[in-house]
Write a protein that binds this ligand. Sequence first.
Ligand SMILES: NC(=O)c1ccc[n+]([C@@H]2O[C@H](COP(=O)([O-])OP(=O)(O)OC[C@H]3O[C@@H](n4cnc5c(N)ncnc54)[C@H](OP(=O)(O)O)[C@@H]3O)[C@@H](O)[C@H]2O)c1
Length: 229
Amino acid sequence: MSASRTVLITGVTRGLGRAMAHRFAEQGHIVIGCGRSAEGIAQIRKELGSRHRFNVLDVSSDAQVKNWRNQVLEAYAPPDLLINNAAVVNRNAPLWKVPADEFSTLIDVNIKGVANVLRHFLPAMVARKSGVIVNFSSGWGRGTDAEVAPYCASKWAIEGLTQSLAKELPAGMAAIPLNPGIIDTDMLRTSFGDAAGSYPSAEEWAEVAVPFLLKLSPSDNGRPLTVPC
Ligand SMILES: NC(=O)c1ccc[n+]([C@@H]2O[C@H](COP(=O)([O-])OP(=O)(O)OC[C@H]3O[C@@H](n4cnc5c(N)ncnc54)[C@H](OP(=O)(O)O)[C@@H]3O)[C@@H](O)[C@H]2O)c1
């Protein structure tokens, strides 16, 4: 087992975030996570125990993320690995049929939520001059499809935001846009329906993804990467 690291993951109540949290914890790492569902957070707290920290919050609220940072950094060292995983996808629809409030919420979570987390946690990591930031992108952050224009726009934004950030970080750190692949989660079912069932489960994916994430280093700074199948 590698030395214990502090891993912060947004969106741990379901899907890839939840599967990563379990895998990192099983391997002896400390996990700090969040999500909006109180039930989901209570469940993961029960499963993983008090060594870790899980809080109910919405990453699109700058005030909630700031408050979370204050609480987390009182009790834990700054993250060694910060994973911006939380995101939402629009309901399948041509762009002109996406309601304004659905478009705004998606941008608030998928882009501004990532910026909120970075705004509040990066200063402590930059002061220490170490740590890896992984911002979850998508195949739809590098290519496009009909009916997911808001989501594509947000993930292309994450690619640009992350590569700009990579140019700002001190030596010893890395910011990486990561395409996780295609995995059967609630999000994939929103876009693919039952066809999502032919893709790997989040747990199967995490068996490959977590070792891959633990190997990322400053030499990967700014490189758009994809979790190997
Ligand atoms: N699954 C795929 O095939 C796939 C492919 C490409 C990229 N991705 C990316 O991988 C990441 C994880 O996707 P997933 O498939 O695991 O999605 P998911 O099953 O829908 O899970 C999303 C997680 O994010 C949390 N979340 C959503 N909005 C939030 C907010 N405002 N504040 C805090 N937490 C929030 C959700 O919890 P609450 O509802 O409790 O808040 C949930 O835990 C996303 O960035 C997604 O874009 C996934």
